[in-house]
Unconditional design. Structure first.
Lengths: 166, 211
């Protein structure tokens, strides 16, 4: 896949499907969430501990399940931070970045503005926990794939027109 | 994993889809003057991740024709095609109406306005045929919005539509769809994303004895 090239030689990709979270302490890994539309990916990186985590949120709020612990931003943020801590990350000193939350279709009935609501839920959820985003690429009308480098904490955001780095 | 749910509902859906594609084939054949036939060899209920996988991967660029569904069945419908397939399918119509140019481009995903319009019309005919057939069998009115054609990552398009309707129940109706023109075959994925309970109400109201 093209993503393997983008990750660089020797870097192993670990993917977070919809509603999934992935955590790594291996500097030779990158965490990736493919094809985000209205979904939002939240990245946490503890540079001192060398810990990275990535969540692939689908909806702003709902009932969590074991198969999809971060399908919903609330209460998924708790599961995300718990997994980050369990891997040795420190939420207070971590850097947070987010991308996604697009609205690419004019949905029948006006839609539910899920992308915007997901983005707002992440911002509010972090704020409630005394945390905030260091960088974000949210909203707009383009799909995105995000890739968090465990070693550096860089978040690459790819769309069909190009790549930006947060 | 994909599910093949209750036999009765699945058989009813498959029969409805099959009958609808006969009607859609007739319409497209008339529009194009070519012997176009549409078949749907399989229909499944899948998770969004499964559907993205069926489309070639969440990051794969696809051409998507989107139609909103209103009335007795509410939700969304998508017809997904690889860019090259989309250009060839648009050519089914455009080559026959004397546009004077083939629907081709050097870019991997470029589609001009005419190509987008043709694809929108093909998506409209295909999706509307299925919904009209569902409506006919249930005696309920189902409407669609005008088609939109977008070029995007498969996962992103699916995600945008799925997130709006499914919530707790994230199952998408996915039909592998083949457009035949003589020996030429174009593969597509027809997705119907009904709001929770909407499709079941319609199936319950459907008369299985109707031809």
């Amino acid at each position: 896949m093209t993503s393997a090239t983008a990750a660089g030689a020797g870097v192993r990709l670990i993917a977070a499907g919809i509603g999934e979270l992935v955590v790594s302490a291996d500097p030779a890994t990158a965490l990736v969430a493919y094809g985000l539309g209205s979904c939002v990916a939240l990245a946490a990186h503890d540079a001192r501990g060398g810990i990275a985590a990535l969540a692939h949120f689908m909806l702003p709020a709902g009932t969590a399940s074991a198969e999809a612990p971060v399908k919903f931003v609330e209460p998924g943020l708790d599961a995300f931070l718990e997994a980050f801590v369990a891997a040795g990350g420190d939420p207070a000193r971590a850097t947070y970045k987010a991308a996604g939350g697009a609205a690419m279709l004019r949905l029948a009935g006006g839609g539910l503005d899920i992308g915007q609501r997901n983005a707002e839920a992440v911002l509010r959820g972090l704020e409630r926990r005394g945390l905030r985003l260091a960088a974000a690429d949210l909203g707009g009308s383009a799909g995105r794939t995000v890739q968090l480098e465990t070693r550096t904490g860089r978040l690459l955001v790819r769309s069909i027109v190009g790549t930006t780095t947060l | 994993m994909n599910e093949r749910p209750t036999t009765t509902d699945d058989e009813l859906l498959a029969e409805t889809l099959s009958a609808a594609m006969v009607r859609a084939s007739d319409v497209l054949a008339e529009m194009s003057g070519r012997p176009i036939r549409i078949s749907t060899p399989s229909i499944d209920r899948c998770s969004p991740d499964d559907v993205a996988h069926m489309a070639g991967g969440a990051e794969v660029v696809v051409v998507a024709v989107y139609l909103g569904i209103l009335g007795a069945l509410s939700g969304h419908a998508l017809l997904l095609l690889e860019p090259d397939s989309a250009r060839r399918l648009a050519g089914f119509l455009l080559d026959s109406v004397g546009s004077g140019r083939p629907v081709e481009s050097e870019g991997a995903v470029d589609l001009d306005d005419l190509g987008r319009s043709a694809l929108g019309e093909i998506g409209n005919v295909t999706v509307s045929a299925f919904l009209n057939e569902l409506g006919r069998r249930s005696s309920l009115a189902i409407l669609t919005t005008p088609p939109q054609v977008v070029v995007e990552m498969a996962g992103a398009v699916i995600d945008a539509a799925v997130s709006d309707v499914v919530g707790e129940q994230d199952r998408v109706l996915a039909a592998h769809t083949i457009f035949h023109d003589g020996e030429d075959r174009i593969h597509a994925l027809l997705l119907v994303l009904p709001e929770l309970g909407s499709l079941q109400r319609l199936l319950t109201a459907s008369d299985p004895r109707l031809p």
